[in-house]
Design a protein. Structure first.
Length: 219
């Protein structure tokens, strides 16, 4: 990709930049990809949670396991964007996004509180020790006289995510994606300004970035 964001043919050689600015740009790109993953998950979930019709209704709709898996992926991807050191490279430890970014794109305390709820949901679904789907209790069964007659196990099923929650998350993420995309463009322009006058001999000292192994260009 050129400095103005347009795509060209692959260059004859590509050198790895390892400055703080370059590392920060890489983190922003990883954050943008996470946000796009959340948006794709939200699109899928809206389709899953819509009232089933026809053949799908006869099958009982989307498997709850699929809904939970996609929702968990969305929560993990979203929360990672606000973690200091997420995608950290060469000491770049600041969180890619902060609550200030959420507040700037959606003025008002309500959306900021909703953002915090989403992060708590991430903790719930990613808990390594607690089942996020169902809560179990064990009790002793008694007869009419109060004597123990057996042991009973009961459970309370936790509700699946609802469509409104998914759409609210999607709205937050869409706005944040625009913020990150603008920062990526600015970062690319800044880096190009820094390197465009560097002598070829100095550029040749940088490590070669294998084009075959490099990620596909952003669209």
């Amino acid at each position: 990709m050129t400095a103005n964001g347009t795509h060209t043919e692959p260059p004859p050689s590509l050198r790895r930049l390892e400055s703080p600015a370059a590392s920060g740009l890489a983190v922003l790109c990883a954050t943008f990809e996470d946000l796009q993953t959340v948006l794709r998950c939200c699109e899928m979930l809206v389709g899953f949670l819509a009232p089933p019709e026809g053949e799908e209704a006869a099958r009982g709709g989307t498997d709850p396991v699929v809904v939970e898996a996609v929702w968990t992926a969305a929560l993990l991807s979203y929360a990672r964007c606000f973690v200091a050191g997420a995608g950290e490279q060469d000491g770049v430890a600041a969180a890619p996004l902060t609550e200030d970014d959420v507040a700037a794109t959606h003025p008002g305390a309500e959306v900021l509180e909703w953002h915090r709820v989403i992060l708590r949901l991430r903790d719930h679904y990613a808990d390594r020790a607690v089942n996020p789907r169902e809560r179990f209790s064990v009790g002793v069964a008694q007869d009419a006289g109060g004597a123990a007659t057996g042991v009973a196990v009961t459970s309370i099923r936790q509700p699946l995510v609802d469509e409104l929650t998914v759409r609210q998350l999607g709205g937050i993420v869409y706005a944040l994606s625009e913020v990150v995309d603008a920062r990526i463009a600015a970062g690319q322009a800044q880096l190009f300004t820094e390197v465009q006058d560097v002598a070829p001999a100095d550029l040749a000292k940088l490590a070669v970035l294998d084009l075959a192994a490099a990620d596909a260009p952003r669209e």
